[in-house]
Structures are given as structure tokens and as C-alpha cells.
Design a protein around this ligand. Structure first.
Ligand SMILES: NC(=O)c1ccc[n+]([C@@H]2O[C@H](COP(=O)([O-])OP(=O)(O)OC[C@H]3O[C@@H](n4cnc5c(N)ncnc54)[C@H](O)[C@@H]3O)[C@@H](O)[C@H]2O)c1
Length: 428
């Protein structure tokens, strides 16, 4: 069994979920950590234990951690591109939290480096393993929806609820970063449609909501991008001829859990529709039904925990503000999740946020590093999740002008794709 040394960079809120997974994956020999803020490394060591080495900065790691083969990047979203490029140049396999980058040139450079070095690169796109995306991928690949004609997905992160995340590491000037154009974080919403239909955006037209809120985060001169919009809505022409509607909202009065989901995915033979925790599969007349037939599939797509609590009638008094930990609708595995492919220790992962997608992402990464095969959410996929959003913001600044979306093509055809059979040593 091959084993690798990994360094996790960025000891903020998100990596805290991942440290136990990296530590317990069978293909990991040692875990090091790294942050500019020493107290964050101290806190991580105290909480998780079993940390081999601590690096003072990403630069320190490149200089003094030459024996470390893999890095997992959890720094702030606008820092990823240049760090990934430096890490690939240093010969390291890279797992990067989303987004890939907010610059088209950096996305292109990452693709070129991955092609040249054949190192593993993937983004930790949590929405790839959201049950609605898995369910839609399954029924789409089985042909149940026919050819894609229209889909809607969104990512809602209301600034009232999530400004703390920017303030947490951002210092006095955190608002200048919090005002990043919403479409520069389009990866969750776009990936849910792109990863299902396996197409890419060719054209985009986007409108923005000009924000006047007293918190002063959005507006010309108020943030690093002179971005006036807190909400952006894009229509995208997809490569197969269908249309996707993507919402990226930062000023919206919904406490929806999850914050990203697919509202609908229509094909010419059938459809998926989802609303809060109700999910249906519709079989159309074109698929051979006498009349339109509706299957209620919520028990497959909702978390097992949620389904159990619902059946026991235990959800009535639930209040996310009083008890966020027990919030069941986006914590834990759903019936559509394949547990048999995961290492044994991962199958008992606690009911954690993002539908327990984290164990799948970590496992994809090490399967790819071990086999040299191409993981989902690789450089080519990740660019297709991000570049349409970068162009969408340009369109919004020009009052919705339709604009072409550059595309860097498919991954090389001779790079075998990863598969997910159970592995013997995962049972130990
Ligand atoms: N669903 C998801 O996929 C999801 C959810 C949350 C966060 N994220 C992503 O995860 C990443 C981290 O988010 P977070 O909320 O934990 O951020 P955070 O601000 O809490 O933590 C980032 C950490 O990186 C450290 N850092 C920055 N530059 C560094 C350097 N040069 N060397 C070493 N350390 C450095 C900072 O000191 C900070 O502690 C972000 O990119 C975010 O977009 C993704």
C-alpha cells in the first residue's frame, strides 16, 4: 500500500473538518499543518493531535518541506491560484478548496502545468457530492431525462449570516474582500449542472443587483474589485444547446440549508425538481409514459438522519439558531451516497455539513495520487465551473451584454479516469 505525506495549509474554519479525514486515510503516512497565525496551528494540534510538523507559512513549506508530496490548500478564496501554481511547480500533488482561481489566466496556467507534470490536481467541490447532484447525475446518465434543455441552480450566502466568515481571518479590511463579485465564487452552482450534463457554457448574459446596504461591503470604491453587486443572475447557453440559469446571491433573506441546490433539471424526456426537502422525478410522455408520471424521491435525496427524524415526527420543534448541530437536512449521508467505496473509518463520519461530501473528496484525491488516474473536479472540470462566472460578472458590468465564454477543452483523452470500486485495504 502506497503512503504519502500531506501538509494542510490554512488552519481556518474549513480545514478543521478535513484534518481528521486526512489523518485517517489509509494512504497517508503523516500530516503536517501550516498557517501564518501560530495560535491557529497550536489550536489545531490541541484539538486533533497526531500532527507531525508545523510550517510557518506556505513559503516555509516550499522551502523546508521538500519531502512532502501532497498539499491541501485551505487559504482564503482569492489566494488559491498563485499558490496552486507554485505548488505544482514544486512537484506537489494539490487538493485545493474551491474556487480554482478568480483569474482566467491562472486557470489556464494550472491546466497547462497539470498536463505537463501529470500531477494530481483537484478542487474540493463539495457540491459534486451533494445528494441532488449525485441523484441527477445517476438519472441523467441512465437516460431518464433525455437531452438537457434547461436547468436552474444557485448558491445563496446571505451577508447577514456569513460576514463573520470574512471577518474571521480578514483583519480590519475584511469588507474589502467580502465584497468580491458573487460570480467569482460560482463554482458550487455551476458545478452542479456541469457535472451532471457533462457540457460547458459557451455564452453568458448576467444581470446584477446594485447593493445599497448600510454595511458598505458592495459598491464602487468599497471593495478590491469595485464591485457594486451583491446578487448576480446569469443565463448560460450550454454546449449542447440547452440553457442554465445560475443565481449567486449575497443579499437574500433565506436561511436555506443547504445554501446550494438544484431547483430543476429538465430534459426532453423527463425532469428533476427540488424544493427545500421535497424532490421529485418526472417521467414525461416522450419517455413512453401514458401521461406524465411523478416519482417522489425525497427519501433518496434527503439525508438518512433527516428522513428518520421526519418519519418519527421529530422535526416539528427544530430551530437552527438554538441547535445548529442537530440540523439534519444537510448533515450526514443520504441514501444515494455509495458508502462501500469509502475507507471503513470514513463510513462512520459524523453528521457533518455539506452532506458528508468531505470524505468523498479526500478519498478521490488519494485514489488519484495512488493510481495516477484523473479525479472528478480535476483542472479541466474546475475551470468549467469557474470561467463562466468570471465572464458573467463582466457581462453584469455591461448591463447583461451576451459574451462568449473561453473554454480550455476536455482533459487529455489518454488520461484514464478514476473509478470507485471497493478496495481491500480500506476494510482494515
Ligand atoms: N463548501 C465549500 O466548499 C467551502 C466552505 C467553506 C470554505 N471554503 C473554502 O475554504 C477556504 C478556507 O476557508 P476558511 O473559511 O477556512 O478561511 P479562513 O480565513 O478561516 O482561513 C484561511 C487561513 O489561511 C491562512 N493563510 C493565508 N495565507 C497563508 C499563507 N501564505 N501561508 C499559510 N497560511 C495562510 C490564514 O492565516 C487563515 O488562517 C476558502 O478558500 C473558502 O472558499 C469552501
Amino acid at each position: 500500500m502506497k503512503k504519502f505525506k500531506v501538509c494542510i495549509i490554512g488552519m481556518g474554519e474549513f480545514s478543521d473538518f478535513f484534518i481528521p479525514l486526512f489523518k485517517s486515510h489509509p494512504n497517508v503516512s503523516e500530516v503536517s499543518i501550516c498557517d501564518l497565525i501560530p495560535e491557529r496551528c497550536d489550536a489545531a494540534i490541541k484539538k486533533h493531535g497526531g500532527i507531525t510538523r508545523v510550517f510557518k507559512s506556505f513559503e516555509d513549506l516550499l522551502e523546508n518541506g521538500k519531502d512532502i508530496e501532497c498539499i491541501a490548500l485551505f487559504t482564503q478564496r482569492h489566494l488559491h491560484g498563485p499558490m496552486v501554481i507554485d505548488a505544482l511547480k514544486a512537484g506537489k500533488h494539490v487538493f485545493s478548496a474551491v474556487p480554482m482561481s478568480t483569474s482566467i489566466e491562472e486557470c489556464q496556467k494550472i491546466i497547462e502545468l497539470v498536463k505537463e507534470t501529470r500531477l494530481t490536481y483537484m478542487t474540493g467541490e463539495t457540491c459534486y457530492y451533494f445528494p441532488c447532484a449525485i441523484y441527477c447525475r445517476n438519472v441523467y446518465n441512465e437516460g431518464k431525462l433525455g437531452k438537457f434543455v434547461y436547468g436552474e441552480s444557485q448558491y445563496y450566502h446571505d451577508m447577514e449570516c456569513f460576514s463573520y466568515a470574512f471577518a474571521h481571518s480578514g483583519g480590519d479590511n475584511w469588507k474589502r474582500v467580502a465584497g468580491i463579485p458573487p460570480m467569482y465564487y460560482s463554482t458550487h452552482s455551476i458545478s452542479m449542472i456541469v457535472s451532471v450534463i457533462n457540457e460547458y457554457a459557451t455564452k453568458v448574459s448576467c444581470m446584477g443587483y446594485r447593493d445599497n446596504h448600510e454595511d458598505g461591503i458592495f459598491g464602487v470604491g468599497k471593495n478590491n474589485w469595485d464591485n457594486p453587486f451583491s446578487n448576480e443572475t446569469a443565463l448560460m447557453q450550454m454546449s449542447g444547446g440547452g440553457i442554465a440559469r445560475i443565481n449567486e446571491f449575497r443579499r437574500v433573506g433565506t436561511g436555506h440549508k443547504p445554501s446550494s441546490y438544484i431547483t430543476c433539471l429538465y430534459g426532453d424526456k423527463g425532469a428533476y425538481e427540488g424544493s427545500v426537502t421535497q424532490h421529485v422525478l418526472i417521467k414525461g410522455v416522450a419517455a413512453g409514459a401514458d401521461s406524465t408520471h411523478i416519482d417522489y424521491v425525497s427519501d433518496l435525496v434527503n439525508t438518512k438522519h433527516y428522513v428518520e427524524e421526519q418519519k418519527a415526527g421529530a422535526l416539528g420543534g427544530f430551530n437552527i439558531h438554538e441547535d445548529p448541530i442537530s440540523e439534519p437536512s444537510h448533515r450526514g449521508f443520504a441514501a444515494v451516497h455509495d458508502l462501500s467505496r469509502l475507507p471503513k473509518s470514513f463510513r462512520d463520519a459524523p453528521h457533518t455539513v455539506h452532506y458528508n461530501s468531505h470524505p468523498y473528496l479526500v478519498d478521490d484525491f488519494f485514489r488519484a495520487v495512488v493510481t495516477g488516474k484523473l479525479p472528478p473536479n480535476n483542472a479541466w472540470d474546475s475551470a468549467r465551473y469557474m470561467i463562466p462566472g468570471i465572464i458573467a460578472h463582466e457581462s453584469a458590468l455591461r448591463d447583461g451584454l451576451p459574451m462568449d465564454v473561453p473554454d480550455f477543452g476536455d482533459a487529455p483523452a489518454n488520461w484514464e479516469k478514476l473509478t470507485f470500486e471497493p478496495i481491500d485495504y480500506y476494510e482494515e
